[in-house]
Ligand binder design. Structure first.
Ligand SMILES: NC(=O)c1ccc[n+]([C@@H]2O[C@H](COP(=O)([O-])OP(=O)(O)OC[C@H]3O[C@@H](n4cnc5c(N)ncnc54)[C@H](OP(=O)(O)O)[C@@H]3O)[C@@H](O)[C@H]2O)c1
Length: 237
C-alpha cells in the first residue's frame, strides 16, 4: 500500500543527529503535519511541527509516557541505534546491541500498535545491509540488525491483515557519527532520508535507500529468499 507523507503524524527515534535528524527535515519538506522527535537529550527546533519527545528506547517508562503524549500516530520510524566495534569475545556487547537495535524497535512497535492499527499506519525499521551479510568488524551490531530484520518480517506478516505496512530499510554506509573514521564510500544522511521516504511512499516492503544498497534491490526482490518470506507469511494470513 502506498502512503503519502502529507498531513501525517510521524515519530522518529534517535532524531537529534545523523539519519534521524535528516528524516525529521525530509518529513517537514514532504508536508508532514507533526513530527515527534524522540531524543535522549533535550532538543529545540524552529519549526512548530517538530515536537521534542524524551525517549530512550530501552527505557520502558519513557516508552509508556511517549504513547500517552503522542496519541494519534501514522508512521513509527525506529531509527535509534548503536554500533560498536567487537569480535564476539564479550557476551555483554551482544546484549547491549540487542537492547537498543532489537528490543528498542520491539518495545515501540508493541507500545504504538493500537495507534498504528487505528490509523492503518506504517512501521519503518531502519536496519542495515549488515542484516543480510554480517560485517564481522561489528559482529554484534550485525547480529542485532539481522534479528531486527526477522522481527520486521514477522510483524509484516502479522499486521498485513490489519492494514499496517511494515518496512525494512536496508541501509548502506552513510556519513554520520556512526561511521566516523571508517574510510569507505558513504551516502549523505539527507540522500538516505529521501530514499527512505520514497520507499515508504511507493509502498516498498524492503527499502534500499542509497546507491550501494540499491544495487542489491532487484536481485533481492526477485530472489528465492523473498519468495520464501511470502510463502512463510501465508501461514498467518
Ligand atoms: N551510518 C550508517 O552507515 C548506517 C548504515 C546502516 C544503518 N544505519 C542505521 O541508521 C540508524 C541511525 O544511525 P546513524 O548513522 O544516524 O547513527 P548516529 O549518528 O550514531 O545516531 C544514532 C542515533 O541513535 C540514538 N540512540 C542511541 N541509543 C539510543 C537509545 N537507547 N534510545 C534512543 N536513542 C538512541 C542516538 O542518540 P544520542 O545522540 O543520544 O546518542 C542518535 O540520535 C541506526 O539504526 C543505524 O544502525 C546506519
Amino acid at each position: 500500500m502506498n502512503m503519502q507523507l502529507t498531513d501525517k503524524v510521524i515519530l522518529v527515534t534517535g532524531a537529534n543527529r545523523g539519519i534521524g535528524r535528516a528524516l525529521v527535515e525530509e518529513a517537514l519538506k514532504r508536508g508532514a503535519k507533526k513530527i515527534y522527535a524522540g531524543t535522549r537529550t533535550s532538543l529545540t527546533h524552529p519549526d512548530p511541527r517538530v515536537v521534542p519527545l524524551m525517549l530512550d528506547v530501552t527505557d520502558a517508562a519513557q516508552v509508556e509516557k511517549a504513547v500517552g503524549a503522542v496519541g494519534h500516530l501514522d508512521i513509527l520510524i525506529n531509527n535509534a541505534g548503536i554500533a560498536l566495534y567487537d569480535d564476539l569475545g564479550d557476551r555483554e556487547m551482544i546484549e547491549r546491541h540487542l537492547a537498543v537495535n532489537f528490543f528498542g524497535p520491539y518495545s515501540l512497535i508493541k507500545a504504538f500498535l493500537p495507534s498504528l492499527t487505528e490509523s492503518r499506519g506504517a512501521i519503518v525499521n531502519v536496519l542495515s545491509v549488515t542484516a543480510l551479510a554480517s560485517l564481522p568488524l561489528i559482529a554484534s551490531y550485525s547480529i542485532s540488525k539481522a534479528a531486527a530484520f526477522s522481527l520486521t518480517q514477522a510483524f509484516r506478516a502479522y499486521l498485513a491483515g490489519r492494514g499496517v505496512n511494515v518496512h525494512a530499510v536496508l541501509t548502506g554506509p552513510t556519513d554520520t557519527d556512526m561511521t566516523k573514521g571508517f574510510e569507505i564510500p558513504k551516502s549523505s544522511p539527507q540522500l538516505v532520508a529521501g530514499g527512505i521516504f520514497d520507499g515508504v511512499e511507493r509502498g516498498e516492503e524492503d527499502i534500499f535507500p542509497d546507491p550501494m544498497s540499491a544495487s542489491m534491490a532487484e536481485s533481492w526482490r526477485s530472489g528465492a529468499v523473498k519468495a520464501m518470506e511470502r510463502q512463510n507469511a501465508a501461514f498467518v494470513a
